[in-house]
Ligand binder design. Structure first.
Ligand SMILES: [Zn+2]
Length: 257
């Protein structure tokens, strides 16, 4: 086990050492709260991943819908994969998610919208492609690093700001680290969208369903919040559609090959 002071000898008993301890010790000790915060965040993150896995295992079943499985097979072919591991998460909120182990989940609430004809099979393929993007780009691992980093920023800022701004220092630190987390999370969403666009084009589905889904998404998930955009973990649907169209222009999708 490494000690915080590196290889320095521990100080002698009180009163026996004639020289005061050099200032570096204080410097190293200053980092102790940050190291503790990093350790705490890592453990908390692992615990939440473990809990999520257990919950997903208990409350999910393999996707059985033939239409959606056919769309999944198209995506798998475009990726040169034998098949995709798609499951149904038995909860109502309309969502898709990617487990850190690579499994893709569509919620029962989302499938209900699909069965009711509110969402097409190709739009569901766009959801699957987006979640595949999170898996392929290693976002769950990066989320762990982001979460741990943001937690360390929170601890450092709290220590710094509380000196000058008692009481509201911690509140400001929370706001800043929260905004930082949200910003990193929005970056992941844009990246997963870009991956999905490329995959959907390669699979012959195109970016159309991705955009129509986003246009519907606000109404489907049913939450319009008053929270400012820079604090939201997901970019606005308008921004996401604009980013897809910017990629289309960049990739010159409108031009015949
Ligand atoms: Zn996402």
């Amino acid at each position: 086990m490494n000690t915080l002071n590196g290889c320095r000898q521990p100080p002698g008993p009180e009163g026996l050492s004639p020289r005061p301890e050099p200032a570096q010790d204080d410097g190293m000790l200053k980092f102790l709260p940050v190291l503790l915060a990093l350790g705490y965040a890592l453990v908390a993150y692992q615990l939440s991943v473990w809990r999520t896995h257990r919950m997903l295992d208990r409350t999910s079943h393999p996707l059985g819908d033939a239409g959606l499985l056919a769309e999944g097979a198209r995506l798998a072919r475009a990726l040169d994969l034998p098949g995709l591991n798609i499951h149904v998460f038995e909860v109502e909120p309309v969502n898709g998610l990617a487990a850190p182990d690579g499994r893709i989940f569509l919620t029962e609430g989302f499938l209900r919208k699909y069965r009711a004809g509110e969402v097409t099979a190709k739009e569901m393929a766009a959801v699957i492609a987006h979640e595949l993007g999170h898996v392929a780009l290693g976002h769950s691992r990066r989320r762990m690093v982001d979460f741990t980093g943001a937690n360390a920023v929170f601890v450092m800022l709290t220590a710094l700001l509380s000196r000058f701004l008692p009481f509201i220092g911690i509140w400001i630190a929370n706001l800043i680290s929260g905004a930082l987390m949200a910003r990193m999370s929005r970056r992941d969403e844009f990246e997963a969208d870009e991956y999905a666009s490329a995959l959907l084009v390669k699979a012959g589905i195109g970016t159309g369903p991705q955009k129509t889904l986003f246009a519907k998404l606000g109404g489907l998930t049913g939450h319009r919040t008053a929270v400012p955009a820079w604090l939201l973990s997901h970019p606005s649907t308008e921004d996401r559609i604009a980013a897809i169209e910017a990629n289309e222009a960049r990739w010159r999708l409108d031009q015949p090959v």
